[in-house]
Write a protein that binds this ligand. Sequence first.
Ligand code: GUN
Length: 279
Amino acid sequence: MQLINGKEVAKATRDKVKGDITEFFKEKGRIPCLAVIIVGSDSASQTYVKNKILGCEEVGMKSLSYTESESATNEHIAAIITKLASDNTVDGILVQLPLPKHLDERYLLSLIPDSKDVDGFSPNNLGLLAMNTPRTISCTPFGVMELLASTGVDIAGKHAVIIGRSNTVGKPMAMLLLNADATVTVCHSKTVNLKQITSQADILIAAIGRPNFVTADMVKSGAIVIDVGINRVDGKLCGDVDFAAVSEKCSYITPVPGGVGPMTISMLLSNTLMAAKYE
Ligand code: GUN
């Protein structure tokens, strides 16, 4: 088994973004800027946002952060997004999810112009990916593709099985793998005979959100296993894959932490730089 070192691959991407930002500054006389909005005090979200801001600092990108109270109204958040949308010194707008239940996520995200949607969550950006003419690609699945590329294994013709069908990970992941000529199966909570399907996977992507959900008996010998899960058990981070047992059986595996997580932020920085170059 070989470990896919997310930190290392993420660092290579960040170094590239850092160099490109220097070039961008020489050409345009300004630094790309990411605006991040967080509503409420969910501690996992706070950690993610903190790491996104630190990522910006690491590559010399400007960031703006809006920390709004749990009781903020739709109108209040909408006003912030609308202001950022028309500010041409802001290149990317990210609203950290999940939002408190009383807020209208679909409406608020729809206020982010496609050109500043650095999460790649907008219907247009998802649609362009589905048509294999992508513009902005969701950071987590995009990062997974980079990690797969780092193994040097050819994806074409491989059977990729994704567990999870979210709009943010499972669905764009399926489209990216299809675009790379894999044969793709998407499994979810209603899937019958899950183990029978996952056991056929050459590439298995776990994006469920349940600790140690993927056990060794669900994995084909020699498979590539990508663990997208970030769970906290007794204050310790763990993924969706039973790492100790599955790593005995697979060819490549991503650890948690240090696998997909650092890649997600690198792809966000890369997407923001790309958005800055649109104008
Ligand atoms: N919450 C968990 N992951 C993400 C992400 O990639 N983007 C946003 N906006 N919120 C998230």
